[in-house]
Design a protein. Structure first.
Lengths: 368, 404
């Protein structure tokens, strides 16, 4: 195998896959990528067994067909430094020789035959969705997704398709808060499909979606999802398991409603949150006639409070919250005003946007 | 102002409690054992000690040495109750009490001694009250740090009262064997001996670099110890503990998984309950196993969540044991929860989690009122009530700190 490739083409290809390749060294081959070199077209494969990207690569010249498998970060570091186009050759079944200008490298390579196979997807259903719409759904739910949660299903975003209602919903929750965003969508099937996309795959997909603006076809099989993003193919293995019933969690009859200016609300929480306890970020919000008071204290550091005017007349209420959760929810929202629906000290609360009623954020209070 | 620290140490605690409960045992050589199937003597009365019986001795050996010895099966409830009651006596003299183990407590009387006529007076009063209330002799050591207070109590045993002042410390330490010092065990003691260091006086005069090169970071500390400098202050329960643990020697050696599961469940419940009492959640579960041959080891596992839920701790602990594949019958089991953080009070969005939390808290409050294990998990029903001997580091209340 011997090729000539331009620096920029290789640099772009390698930077695209840096998020996918596995940084931990449990299986060394997963920190590598596979380049398949054929006269009809060259393809780059990268996978961590959970997420995968496959994309065509343009060569300047194919001197000899074949394949090579080499560390993605190592080669990326090299390509960033060299100044000219590269000649890459696979020699002795164990080395990659690289020449660029007068610089020479020899780096250890693995057998390309050992690289994990790109899975074939069967029994798929497909939906059409625009890339900005999918991106916005991921952005609004990914923050709430669990990380390393022993309840495995929570470590991903739920994609819920309701054929009969022509609705698509994405949900993320870590057990303390939940975000859900729904959209009308054209579906050509009547069934209900629920899949869980792992957090890492969703983050990677988000990154890839930022670069494009097009209509997408999302293929869903029992174990995988597959998307064609521009010239790339993106594939993710789904989390098996049952996602909790999210609709049950979203409060329907919270009787105390406050409209808040989003920027002002964020400001007051940031100001007072500075003094909240480091790990719990706990703040207390007191609501009374026309006023919202917010307090934070750490017995070892000090305390803070601030007040903002609100339109509210009803019984006073005190709730504890993780300031970080409120800030994250508010920063994802875009409109001027938000609605905060409350019931009592220990019941779930609901934050919604005035402009986008389909986006709901449920925040569970803290006991204070 | 220099600190004034008192160490109160019960003489032959378990044996003395047994002698108080049963007058026919008073004045006679007795040995306390964990259960009728256990052979190791966990405590011996002073009468027995005088005849050469030592803690840790095998019961057959003891019988040979002293045929008239009376073996008594220990009862943990008696000891823990006495320990809690003793803490009430200490609290009359100072709020700064660290119950260090079931039979030892440090009292910081720096700021309260003038109210009671001085440190020696407090020491004498404590001894008198303990004798009057429980009939037990206590050895009391007084000094300016915990190290010397402990030494004072140890060298005045039994029934002693000793004060080591700053000025006296060098002369007391000069010819004191190093292994009498709290913190220098047989291991370090023997290594010191090999270097020709047998007394604290010598140890205090060694160069820091020399000790450091042989003992690493604790080398510096060793030199200070030889000089009688103790930096430990009396710990109140305000600082966040590093771990919560329980271990017990089983009534008999076991290898059957069912039996092990039952004991691990009980230990997990004790650990989890203490976590809940202090609002501490942990993310690392460790299991200690001591085989019949006394080979002891610890294995731990990180769980990806902070918890004080008995069942998660239990499942993790059992998971660890299943991987080990026991090689021998087990005589001691322990469960520890570490990687602790305070419960922030964040509630779960899922009702069933909050319900489970509420259920556990209700069980705790019933057990607080009517005694441990009044309400318990059905899988406990198998376990007999009478379980083995508790570790000497156990404390009836508060958290065990393992960083001392």
């Amino acid at each position: 195998m011997k090729i000539k490739i331009s620096k920029n083409e290789l640099l772009k290809s390698l930077s695209d896959i840096q998020g996918i390749i596995e940084k931990k060294t449990t299986m060394p081959i997963l920190s590598h990528f596979l380049m398949d070199v054929k006269h009809v077209g060259c393809t780059l494969y990268a996978t961590d067994l959970g997420t995968g990207i496959k994309k065509p690569v343009q060569m300047l010249e194919i001197i000899e067909e074949g394949a090579f498998c080499v560390s993605a970060t190592r080669l990326y570091d090299i390509v960033r430094e060299v100044q000219e186009d590269l000649t890459i050759e696979y020699v002795d079944q164990e080395w990659i020789k690289i020449m660029s200008g007068r610089a020479n490298y020899r780096i250890a390579a693995l057998n390309p035959d050992d690289y994990p196979l790109w899975p074939t997807i069967e029994d798929e259903k497909s939906i059409k969705i625009s890339s900005p719409a999918l991106l916005s759904m991921i952005e609004k739910t990914i923050n709430c997704t669990g990380e390393n949660d022993p309840r495995y299903a929570l470590n991903g975003v739920l994609l819920h398709l309701q054929g009969d209602l022509k609705r698509i919903t994405m949900v993320g929750t870590d057990g303390h808060r939940l975000s859900s965003v729904s959209k009308e969508i054209d579906l050509d099937f009547a069934d209900e499909i629920k899949i869980i996309i792992p957090r890492k795959a969703a983050i990677e997909l988000k990154k890839q979606l930022m670069e494009i603006d097009q209509e997408l076809i999302l293929n869903i099989s029992k174990n995988h999802i597959k998307l064609n993003l521009g010239d790339r193919e993106f594939l993710a293995k789904l989390i098996e398991g049952t996602y909790p019933n999210y609709d049950q969690v979203i409060p329907k009859n919270n009787d105390k409603l406050i409209y808040l200016d989003r920027e002002n609300f964020m400001g007051i929480i940031r100001r007072v949150g500075v003094m909240s306890k480091e790990k719990s970020h706990a703040v207390r919000i007191d609501i009374q006639d026309g006023l919202l008071n917010i307090f934070a204290n750490d017995p070892e550091i000090g305390e803070a409070n601030d007040v903002m005017d609100i339109e509210y007349s009803g019984e006073p209420l005190s709730l504890g919250f993780n300031a970080k959760y409120i800030l994250e929810a508010l920063s994802i929202m875009t409109g001027k005003n938000v609605a905060f629906e409350l019931k009592d000290t220990l019941s779930p609360t609901l934050l919604t946007e005035e402009v986008d009623k389909d986006y709901k954020c449920v925040l569970m209070p803290m006991r204070i | 102002m220099p600190k004034t620290i008192i160490l109160v140490d019960m003489d032959a605690f378990f044996a003395s409690v047994e002698q108080q409960c049963n007058p026919s045992l008073r004045g006679r050589p007795i040995g306390v054992i964990g259960s009728d199937k256990r052979t190791v003597i966990t405590a011996a009365s002073y009468e027995a000690k005088a005849l050469g019986i030592k803690t840790g001795m095998n019961k057959f050996e003891a019988k040979r040495l002293c045929p008239e010895i009376i073996l008594v099966i220990g009862n943990n409830r008696k000891y823990t109750h006495t320990c809690s009651e003793l803490a009430k006596i200490y609290a009359r003299y100072t709020p700064d009490v660290e119950v260090y183990s079931i039979d030892e407590a440090f009292l910081d009387i720096t700021d309260t001694q003038h109210l009671f006529g001085g440190a020696m007076e407090i020491g004498a009063q404590l001894k008198k009250e303990i004798k009057k209330t429980f009939g037990i002799n206590a050895s009391v050591g007084i000094s300016h740090n915990k190290l010397l207070a402990k030494l004072a109590s140890d060298i005045s045993k039994p029934d002693g009262l000793r004060y080591i002042s700053m000025e006296d410390a060098p002369s007391v330490l000069e010819d004191m064997p190093t292994d009498k010092l709290w913190g220098i065990g047989r291991g370090i003691g023997n290594r010191l001996k090999l270097m020709g260091i047998t007394t604290c006086g010598q140890l205090g005069r060694m160069s820091e670099t020399f000790l450091r090169s042989h003992f690493g970071i604790i080398g510096e500390r060793l030199k200070e110890m030889g000089q009688g400098i103790g930096s430990f202050s009396v710990l109140k329960e305000t600082a966040i503990a590093k771990s919560i643990g329980h271990s017990m020697t089983l009534p008999k050696d076991i290898i059957n998984m069912r039996d092990i599961e039952a004991h691990i469940l009980k230990l997990s419940e004790m650990v989890a309950r203490r976590g809940r009492l202090y609002n501490l959640l942990g993310e690392v579960v460790s299991v200690v196993i001591r085989y019949k041959s006394f080979k002891t080891f610890t294995r731990q596992k990180k769980i990806n969540t902070h918890t004080y839920d008995t069942h998660i701790i239990y499942d993790t602990a059992i998971g660890i044991i299943k991987v080990i594949r026991l090689a021998e019958p087990v005589r001691l089991l322990g469960v520890t929860l570490s990687g602790l953080r305070e419960d922030s009070g964040q509630m779960s969005i899922f009702n069933e989690c909050n319900k489970k939390d509420a259920l556990i808290k209700s069980m705790d409050s019933i057990n607080d009122k009517y005694g441990e294990f009044t309400v318990s998990w059905a899988s406990y029903l198998d376990i007999r009530r009478h379980l083995g001997v508790i570790s000497p580091a156990w404390r009836p209340s508060g958290l065990r700190r393992t960083d001392v």
